[in-house]
Ligand binder design. Structure first.
Ligand code: SF4
Ligand code: FES
Length: 392
């Protein structure tokens, strides 16, 4: 009798298309690799259109356009329109600094379903300093009006680190005032540039606890009105996050040059030969050895193997396990059941000493600092409706 083959793994829910690494901002926590892919290596329009068609055929429901800054690609609206035509939910993840009237109209015409707008801080000067882009906050604030004017749902994303953790309350108030459907209060995740700048970014445990209290109170106050997503830094956790919903279980991530990854940081892992859409179909990618290696629970060592959370957090993050322990195949050290959990505690001590300066992609005096010096105190003029109380 022939052996019965296992049923095929369900298709990915979402495809994360990093269509470019180019970006006008230089956030020191960017999760993109330290060596960015140049524009000359990017997939061309025809290849992206083929990928979009294959995604729809595979059963992908959501198509996320991200980067870098996806609006740096001139063919963005062509790609959005194809994904919308193929029936997928289209999401644009953007800094918003180039989302002018014309771009907004073109995206609406192309059929964009949702826009997620990132902020570096609720304090305009700090926002501009962190992204190293003078005037970014004013442009982002204007982008909100354009998104609202187009009748699109709005998600605001605030990235939290030690310099802005005290303003989480003001961020929540701002999101409420903007009538955002959703706000993400997302602590920095330490990959790529975030790992390089960890000592400059990691909040203290007390800062994290204060943020958590504010988020929990706001969730009660705003229930039914605004969804609040909250992402914490693993360095102060006792259990890891379910990274990407489990390795290669829900998403395919495609780099600007077409490399297919189970997550944005997987290129940091040695010993992989990640497939590319230049030579592989998406169906073949989803069934490739690289995608199957840490999928599910079969690969797990103890203590994950016999843990009742193994199908909740899937053993945590492979990239964090490698970054902290040098071995991607061990339990995420964020888990207190890991024998290597102490390594996270040691790293967390960085938050207790004065923060070093940010390392930016482009060395030299930060552009934002130069512009702010030239503007003097006038640049602190309010550009917002009152964002409300400053948090503890
Ligand atoms: Fe998750 Fe593994 Fe820790 Fe259990 S032992 S909580 S599965 S990381
Ligand atoms: Fe790669 Fe978590 S970022 S598995």
């Amino acid at each position: 009798m022939n052996a019965v083959s296992p049923p095929p793994f369900p298709p990915p829910m979402g495809l994360i298309a990093e269509i470019t690494h180019r970006c006008p901002l230089q956030c020191p926590y960017c999760s993109n690799p330290l060596a960015l892919e140049p524009a000359s290596a990017e997939l061309d329009t025809g290849n992206w259109l083929r990928v979009i068609d294959e995604a729809a055929a595979l059963g992908v429901l959501q198509f996320h356009f991200t980067g870098g800054e996806p609006m740096a690609r001139r063919d963005l609206t062509t790609l959005v329109q194809r994904a919308a035509d193929r029936g997928m939910y289209t999401n644009l993840i953007t800094s918003g600094v180039t989302l002018d009237d014309r771009a907004m109209a073109a995206l609406t015409q192309a059929g964009i379903d949702h826009i997620q707008l990132s902020f570096q801080d609720i304090d305009p000067l700090e926002n501009d300093r962190v992204g190293n882009y003078a005037g970014a906050f004013v442009k982002k604030r204007a982008a909100i009006d354009r998104i609202r004017g187009a009748g699109l749902p709005l998600t605001l994303n605030f990235v939290i680190q030690r310099h802005n953790a005290g303003r989480v309350g003001a961020m929540l108030d701002f999101a409420e005032a903007m009538q955002a459907e959703r706000v993400e209060i997302a602590h920095v995740q330490y990959y790529g540039w975030g790992l390089k700048n960890r000592a400059a970014l990691l909040p203290t445990r007390a800062q994290l606890d204060a943020s958590t209290d504010l988020v929990e109170a706001a969730r009660i106050r705003l229930r039914g009105k605004m969804v609040i997503d909250y992402v914490v830094p693993d360095y102060h956790a006792s259990r890891p996050k379910s990274c990407m919903g489990g390795w290669a279980q829900r998403f395919i991530n495609i780099s600007p040059s077409g490399k297919c990854l189970p997550c944005h940081a997987a290129e940091t892992l040695p010993g992989f030969d990640f497939p590319t859409v230049r030579t592989h179909s998406l169906a073949a990618v989803w069934d490739s050895e690289a995608f199957r290696r840490y999928r599910g629970t079969g690969w797990m060592p103890e203590p994950c193997r016999s843990c009742d959370r193994r199908e909740l957090d899937w053993g945590g993050c492979r990239c964090q396990a490698f970054a902290i322990t040098g071995d991607a195949a061990v339990t995420d050290p964020a888990c207190e059941l890991s024998a290597l959990h102490y390594l996270m505690g040691e790293a967390a001590l960085e938050s207790a000493v004065p923060a070093p300066a940010f390392a930016y992609r482009k060395p030299g005096r930060p552009r934002a600092a130069v512009a702010l010096d030239q503007a003097g105190d006038k640049s602190r003029a309010p550009v917002l409706p009152d964002p409300g109380r400053a948090s503890a």
